[in-house]
Write a new protein. Structure first.
Length: 334
């Protein structure tokens, strides 16, 4: 039997040792593309049994060239860089790792919120410039008694909620896909989107990037937000209309923003640059030494399951599994 081949489209990791350790259990070889572009990726992925992907775009054209691929496993939570319909058409299951960095991102969300409200980056830069001037960073408002609105209520915001509540904040959330009992168990009030915008002192985005969430936060939405509110985004950059956010800040509709993601990464010439009331971190909310090991391990474990003929734990297109089950010998027989 030929040795199993697993391609890696791109990597941000110091090494791929955790993934290699998992894949060695089935004797699979790992091959990293020399560059994160289509040609280089296809050189290692065309005849591979599986593909591990980080940020590289995995397009329909690339997927159609994969002759043996059975799984595309994403090193991450979102899968907006993979053409899901094309993979489904080819019978390739796509998986993600939805539970590898919930501590890190929820911590980073609170860190951004606290830094923005307490104006820590501004105060720090002033002191380093020789200015010890408290009046220059006021007003600063108390957190206790304020409202945090979470847009999306999946694993990460469900962990943000108790952390925010420990500061005495009331937490509300909008997520039409989450059952009412989940909100109730978390002690979080489920509200409509318009109501969240109206009452929240801080709005934190935790929704996936979908057609309906692209530029969800636009000029009209910013006008609906509570005057003086803050926006926090640790989800996906394109959910926020960058130009509209800049205008809302200019108009004083919002007091500030704290972002870990941008519409284009790395950003260039952003209208949000150089603003004392805007904090931007370089998409680091997911990161810890421990989370990267978890991510590689769990993504590689999905590959092992599929290549062994088992069902993956976190399929994005489960219809592929159903289709394969129906096509299996003896399927449907009494």
């Amino acid at each position: 039997m030929a040795q199993l081949q697993v391609a890696v489209s791109d990597s941000v990791f110091p090494n791929l040792d955790p993934a290699r350790a998992v894949l060695s259990k089935i004797g699979a070889e790992l091959h990293l593309a020399a560059e994160p572009n289509a040609d280089a990726i296809m050189r290692v992925a065309k005849d591979a049994d599986a593909l591990l992907a980080t940020y590289a775009k995995i397009t329909a054209e690339m997927i159609r060239q994969m002759t043996r691929c059975r799984i595309i496993s994403r090193f991450g939570i979102g899968v907006d860089n993979v053409d899901i319909p094309a993979a489904t058409e080819r019978g390739i299951v796509v998986t993600k790792v939805p539970d590898y960095c919930i501590d890190e991102v929820s911590d980073h969300t609170m860190a951004l919120l606290l830094a923005a409200v307490r104006k820590i980056p501004l105060a720090n830069s002033m002191v380093h410039a020789g200015r010890w001037e408290m009046p220059a960073v006021v007003p600063i408002h108390r957190l206790r008694g304020t409202v945090l609105g979470l847009v999306g209520f999946g694993r990460i915001p469900q962990l943000v909620a108790p952390k925010a509540k420990s500061f005495g904040m009331r937490v509300v959330s909008y997520d039409p896909y989450i059952p009412k009992d989940i909100f109730e168990r978390a002690g979080v009030q489920g509200v409509e989107f318009a109501e969240l915008l109206k009452i929240s002192d801080y709005v934190s985005i935790h929704s996936p990037l979908l057609t309906e969430t692209q530029s969800l936060f636009n000029a009209d939405v910013f006008r609906q937000m509570k005057p003086g509110a803050y926006l926090i985004n640790t989800a996906r950059g394109p959910i926020v209309d960058e130009a509209a956010l800049a205008k809302a800040l200019d108009a004083g509709q919002l007091a500030g923003a704290a972002l870990d993601v941008m519409p284009k990464e790395p950003p260039s010439g952003s209208p949000l640059f150089g603003r004392p009331n805007v904090i931007i971190t370089p998409h680091t909310s997911f990161y810890s030494e421990e989370s990267l090991v978890d991510l590689q391990t769990k993504a590689a474990e999905e590959v092992v399951r599929v290549l062994k003929g088992e069902a993956p734990r976190n399929p994005v297109n489960p219809e592929v599994l159903k289709m394969k089950s129906e096509q299996a010998p003896g399927a449907g027989r009494a």
